[in-house]
Design a protein around this ligand. Structure first.
Ligand code: SAH
Ligand code: F3S
Length: 443
């Protein structure tokens, strides 16, 4: 009988990608099929995130519920993967002894062996090591799931921003060989994929050397990706201002398949705070990148991540962040209240911004970025956008859904045969953070 696998994913797109890989792998090795409820699953995997405290708390409350399920179904295998697993390791089993497997982002390819060992020995299995090199080689050929796909091109992060757990949970930066990446993309394109998003915690830190020992950078990889016939759109996330070199900026002018959208987290507009975060750039340097990007690609839509309430952040520092938002004109953004993470250098600093002030700053910041987001959307009403149709609308299942070049969701009425095609859509109105439109005939 086919066994069922339930995966709950927390956190970033890297985790979404990893969950997909776990499902593909267990399907090919153990014939598992994915189910959408833990109630009828034989194996439940929580693919966890430890970027902020809240994300971590959710994992343990979920585990409590799974324990109840296991009381009635003792053969249920409960696995904890991802960044909480990587950080907590054995202590997960100490806190939740009913957990069967603990594995990290770099050992997900060993899941079949871990399951087999658990079944053979009856003992919990833990593997949170970092053998990056073998991970991608051990995974099955990717299977396309619609016209868009993510392709992981590098792993980990070596930036060690003082607030961030990623370098500890995912390990140091490791770039996949370009041959493997281009092969994976070509494979996906053969299966009908039109758009790829190149993924990495620090995607523009990607580097390789060619057979003559020459350095290859991320802009070079974009050029090679651009040359793949049948592929129509390229995006990437998440990039870091430090490696956002002129080659990469110019790529936005040179390669029409590279979409006019970039997520480039700045975190703060205050040089004092940026220094304490060890981001490695000043507000002025960040603005210089933005200026050049807008020169090369005037329609580019820029989004960012912000942290408010970093230790020692004054009202004056925060005001500098608001001023920077005005200067860049971000097209919406993500903002988070600073959350001290165990083991990071910033956790040793006095977390001295009162909670109400953190919340108030978050509200003020989001009000600003949301208003810019709405303004961008309003300006798009009446224009014709090229929309890659990727499926059905989430809310109105009789409608189709797609994305504009600048990464906005558009819902519209149309024939399902259009899924997978790029269609001209006239934007008619805005709805929350998405747009509504209608197919433009005779353009
Ligand atoms: N390069 C990565 C960054 C991962 S973390 C990526 O974008 O995928 C994503 C965002 O979470 C960061 O940009 C930062 O704004 C936020 N973040 C990271 N650590 C945090 C912490 N300790 N407290 C609050 N926000 C944090
Ligand atoms: Fe984290 Fe900074 Fe790397 S935010 S993922 S350490 S660039």
């Amino acid at each position: 009988m086919t066994k069922k696998l339930f995966i709950r994913t927390f956190g970033c797109q890297m985790n979404e990608y990893d969950s997909g890989k776990m499902a593909d792998l267990l399907q090919s090795t153990n014939n598992f099929v994915r189910t959408d409820s833990p109630d009828n699953a034989d194996v439940v995997i929580l693919n966890t995130c430890s970027i902020r405290e809240k994300a971590e708390d959710k994992v343990f409350s979920d585990l409590g519920r799974l324990n109840e399920l296991k009381q009635s179904r003792p053969n249920l295998i409960i696995a904890v993967g991802g960044c909480v697993a990587s950080q907590e390791g054995e202590s997960i089993i100490e806190r939740a002894p009913y957990v069967d497997l603990v594995f990290g982002p770099q050992t997900l390819h060993r899941l079949p062996e871990l399951i087999a060992s658990r079944e053979a020995t009856g003992l919990p299995q833990i593997d949170i090591s970092f053998p990056e090199i073998e991970k991608f080689d051990a995974l099955p050929t990717p299977e396309a799931n619609g016209p868009t796909a993510f392709v992981s091109i590098m792993e980990g992060c070596s930036k060690y921003c003082t607030f961030c757990v990623v370098p500890y949970t995912r390990g140091e930066e490791f770039s996949r060989p370009f041959i493997d990446i281009l092969k994976e993309i070509s494979e996906l394109v053969k299966q009908g994929v039109k758009e790829v998003t190149l993924l990495g915690q620090n995607v523009n830190a990607w580097q390789n050397t060619d057979e003559h020992g020459n350095d290859l950078d991320f802009a070079w990889l974009i050029e090679q990706t651009h040359n793949i016939i049948g592929l129509e759109r390229i995006r990437f996330t998440t990039s870091h201002p430090l490696e956002f070199n002129d080659n990469l900026i110019e790529a936005f002018g040179r390669f029409p398949k590279l979409m006019n959208q970039v997520h480039l987290p700045v975190q703060s507009g205050s040089d004092k705070v940026l220094g304490q975060m060890k981001r490695g750039y000043t507000a002025k340097q960040y603005l210089e990148i933005i200026k050049k990007l807008k020169e090369v690609c005037p329609t580019i839509s820029i989004t960012s991540d912000f942290i408010v309430g970093f230790p020692g952040e004054t009202e004056e520092d925060f005001q500098k962040t608001l001023d920077l938002i005005d200067l860049v004109n971000f097209d919406g953004s993500y903002a988070f209240i600073y959350s001290p993470r165990p083991g990071t250098p910033a956790a040793k600093l006095l977390d001295n911004v009162p909670e109400e002030i953190k919340k108030e700053r978050l509200t003020r910041l989001l009000k600003k970025t949301d208003s810019f987001n709405i303004k961008y959307s309003q300006d798009m009403v009446g224009t014709v956008q090229h929309v890659l149709v990727d499926g059905f609308s989430k809310r109105h299942t009789d409608q189709l859904r797609g994305k504009t070049t600048n990464n906005r969701v558009v819902n519209f009425a149309g024939n399902p045969r259009l899924i997978g095609q790029i269609v001209p859509i006239k934007i008619t109105s805005i709805a929350h953070f998405s747009l509504r439109g209608e197919i433009q005939i005779n353009t």
